[in-house]
Design a binder for this molecule. Sequence first.
Ligand code: F0G
Length: 338
Amino acid sequence: WAPKGSGIWRYATMLPMKAGVTMGEGRTPLVESRLKRNLWVKFEGANPTGSFKDRGMALGVTVAREAGANKVIVASTGNTAASAAAYAARAGLKAYVVLPRGNVARGKLVQAALHGAEILAVEGYFDKALSLVVEYGTRYAYPLNSFNPWRLEGQKTLAYEVYEELGCPDNIVVPVGNAGNIYAIWKGFRELGELGLCNKLPRMIGVQAAGAAPLARAWREGSQSPLFVESPSTIASAIRIGKPVNWVKAFIAVRESGGMFVEVDDADILRAQLALARVDGVGAEPAGAASVAGALALDLPGISVAVVTGHALKDPDVVEVRTTPVASQEELVSVLSR
Ligand code: F0G
């Protein structure tokens, strides 16, 4: 444990590789929220491509390159695609991104195109795109979805950063889609515990959108396996996922930590997004605000950190924009003096 260096490689002693591709990911702001006492916000939207995916992609493209791959492939609701496109570009690799047509926010599509990924649009939901990648894609290109354990190794560094700034909080609240990140963060804390750096590990609280809540529903009903959703539906397109591939790992994280899964509805998510933006100054995309919606709804004892996973610019279309026309100096003065 001797943090030093750039991006996730700052924690090289804790990673399976010692150096590699980076764009300075990580070291994102941890801000005290004014929305609730003892609530902190870890703003992952401040990563190079605007989401937490960059932590995992730095390690993922490094492994891909070391393994001699020249192509990488991901299925994505958008952020993984944007991150894979950018990090593949930096590593000199070709990226293929398989996206559910009509289910991806505009900012993310633009990023994938800008960074030169080949965009493959499939009919259906993310779950269909992922099953295509698993069944056919991996023969031709190195897969960088979160079933790839190297991705999660990179993402666990979030735990180390929270530890450095705040110690070990009582609760970590994370939006859950394909369910990799909640496990990655848990693994990071568990390792801090093994090093004797955390006396008490945080509870992992997984937040799902009500229309795409296979794990939260299962949890509520005491089911040992997820209640898969065929047609997931939520404004939070990043977590519009009905069959999370990492569900076993997510159950492990929540059970081992004494945490829980909860669901929040779209109205809660949008309210949390606005409150976060207008009170704390943090601009989140809807999925990123889902953790805050969960933290606000729950009565959690002790210190909580809500992980705000993606930037508001990712999904500009969900925000209502109002402008006040000003045709003259007089009108300007009249507005300003109201
Ligand atoms: N928040 C955001 C902004 C995301 O983009 C995602 C996942 C999650 C939360 C959920 O993380 O899947 O590890 O549980 N986005 C993936 C993608 C599915 O393709 O970008 P998870």
